[in-house]
Design a protein around this ligand. Structure first.
Ligand code: N01
Length: 486
């Protein structure tokens, strides 16, 4: 076995790459990034469905330290975001640190030596002082619907995040199950080429107008010449998005106003009163993720598209049978049915103090401190851990906040010669009590919906309950007093 590393980062998406860049910039070079896939990119590598694009303005959906003056659109397509991540890895010299096709099978903390021992999926063993899981928690593991007969469907069936490019849908009869963020990007594209498209909706989503546009060449030139202009724009967009949080967590009347706008948008776009009623959500706007699209409602009104609100009871042969007994024969089924989220499993087998697993620590629900550390798991950090998701702004802001926190912890450990830092259980308890109290007052708890934000028992394990600037302030410096150090 080789000498212990300083840091192992697991995952090469926005979180893992952002962490790795900051490590390098801080002069910490003895680290590796383990990535189970053969390519970097995280969700932007996995999601390749037609129409896939960022649903947050791209000027805020990119690293603050690496602006890109060349985005083609305000809501950039997936291929540009993936290319951006490749560019970042290359520019910041991450190539020699990347171990592609190598995931983590298990990791165990050696208490006597204060080191993590990691067994990779290739069977190699690595040791490291600090282990950082940036492997995605909430939106990584696809969920297929539990419909009898789906697995024996005689045509093609696939999940939105595992798009089967070898199955062109042109001229085919297609079913899309789900009407979430992925589905509303897929449906308009498939509707253009399919012979017939059946959209199976369980709950109507709130959809608002998407202020998308191609970024003019003059603007790109200006961004290149004066990066401060793009920075100012980024700040302005972030501030506007931050204002949306007011409606979610402080003043519901702001949300009510947005809901009126969304209702008016339905009235403007959907002409048939039956369809209009069917696409009108039965819950308060914001309770589930707000979606943005200009072509979703028009696509539902194409002659080759049908919105089905009956539950799919069974799949038999090539036929979907709904609860009302109606049968629809199709060639392909796209399951845009989301991911393991609020009850996501630990990203890999992790054994901390006393040999206890993270799974055991989370038996009553996933939780952490500042989405980063868990009591009983020394020298272990998450990027995009529990309760760091957002309903109103860009995850990249949260990622950069968490990276700063973890980096400060590592730098402090090195400066003070700390071999082991372990979150105090009482800190985790108090933090989560307060977090859940705040979440209980928000639209995510009171809005009358069932969403991937909360567990079946109703605990919100995914979202941060406030403004992103609050999170930034709390993660600016590592708080040594919250940890037992040694
Ligand atoms: O998944 P979802 P998603 N039978 O869970 C339905 C991010 N994202 O992949 O509402 C029938 O939101 C389910 O119905 P219901 C973003 O954070 C980002 O679309 O539960 N239907 C719902 O309609 C997003 O929130 C971008 O009643 C079933 C849909 O499937 C997250 O990913 C783009 C069903 C699932 O929607 C997940 O989005 C895309 C069943 N058994 C996604 N099970 C960006 O652009 C589920 N459904 C950044």
């Amino acid at each position: 076995m080789t000498a212990p590393l300083a840091v192992v980062v697991v995952g090469a998406g926005f979180g893992g790459l952002g962490m790795a860049i900051r490590l390098k910039q801080s002069g910490i070079d003895d680290f590796v990034i383990l990535e189970r896939a053969e390519e970097l990119g995280g969700v932007w590598r996995d999601n390749r469905y037609p129409g896939v694009a960022c649903d947050v303005p791209v000027h805020v959906y990119s690293f603050s330290f690496e602006p890109n003056p060349d985005w083609s659109r305000f809501f950039a397509p997936q291929r540009e975001i993936l290319a951006y991540l490749h560019h970042c890895a290359e520019k910041y010299g991450l190539g020699p640190h990347l171990r592609l096709g190598m995931g983590v099978a298990r990791a165990e903390f050696d208490e006597a030596r204060g080191l993590w021992s990691i067994t990779t999926t290739k069977g190699t063993v690595l040791e490291t002082r600090v282990l950082i899981a940036a492997a995605g928690l909430a939106l990584t593991t696809p969920v297929l619907p539990d419909i009898p007969g789906l697995t024996t469907f005689e045509g093609k069936v696939f999940h939105s995040s595992r798009w089967d490019a070898s199955t062109p849908l042109d001229g085919k009869r297609v079913a899309v199950i789900g009407t979430g963020a992925s589905a509303i990007q897929i449906i308009p594209e498939v509707a253009k080429v399919a012979k017939q498209l059946h959209v199976f909706q369980r709950t109507a989503p709130w959809v608002m107008e998407r202020p998308d546009f191609a970024i003019p060449a003059g603007q790109k030139a200006l961004f290149r010449k004066r990066p401060s202009v793009q920075k100012l724009l980024r700040g302005a967009i972030w501030s506007l998005m931050e204002a949306f949080a007011v409606g979610f967590v402080v003043e519901p009347r702001i949300n009510e106003l947005r809901q009126k706008l969304a209702t008016r948008y339905i009235a403007k776009q959907v002409h048939d009163p039956v369809l209009r009623a069917n696409v009108t959500p039965p819950y308060t706007l914001g309770c589930k993720r707000i979606l943005f699209s200009n072509d979703y409602y028009p696509s539902l009104q194409r002659p080759n598209v049908e919105l089905v609100t009956e539950r799919v009871r069974e799949v038999r042969g090539r036929t979907l049978i709904t609860a009302d007994g109606k049968e629809r024969e199709v060639d392909a089924i796209v399951c845009a049915t989301g991911f393991e989220a609020s009850e996501a499993p630990a990203p890999f087998e992790l054994r901390g103090l006393g040999g206890h697993t993270l799974e055991e620590a989370w038996k009553d629900g996933v939780e952490a401190y500042l989405g980063a550390t868990v009591a009983g798991f020394p020298n272990f950090f998450f990027i995009v851990g529990p309760n760091t998701g957002l309903g109103h702004s860009s995850m990249i802001f949260m990622i950069e906040s968490q990276v700063a926190y973890v980096l400060d912890a590592i730098k402090t450990m090195r400066a003070k010669g700390l071999g082991r830092v372990s979150l105090r259980p009482e800190v985790q308890r108090a933090y989560n009590e307060r977090l859940q109290e705040r979440l209980a007052r928000t639209v995510w708890s009171k809005g009358g919906c069932v969403s991937w934000y909360t567990t079946k028992a109703g605990k919100n394990t995914t979202l941060w309950p406030g403004f992103t600037f609050e999170f930034r302030a709390r993660t600016r410096k590592w708080d040594e007093e919250s940890y037992e150090v040694g």
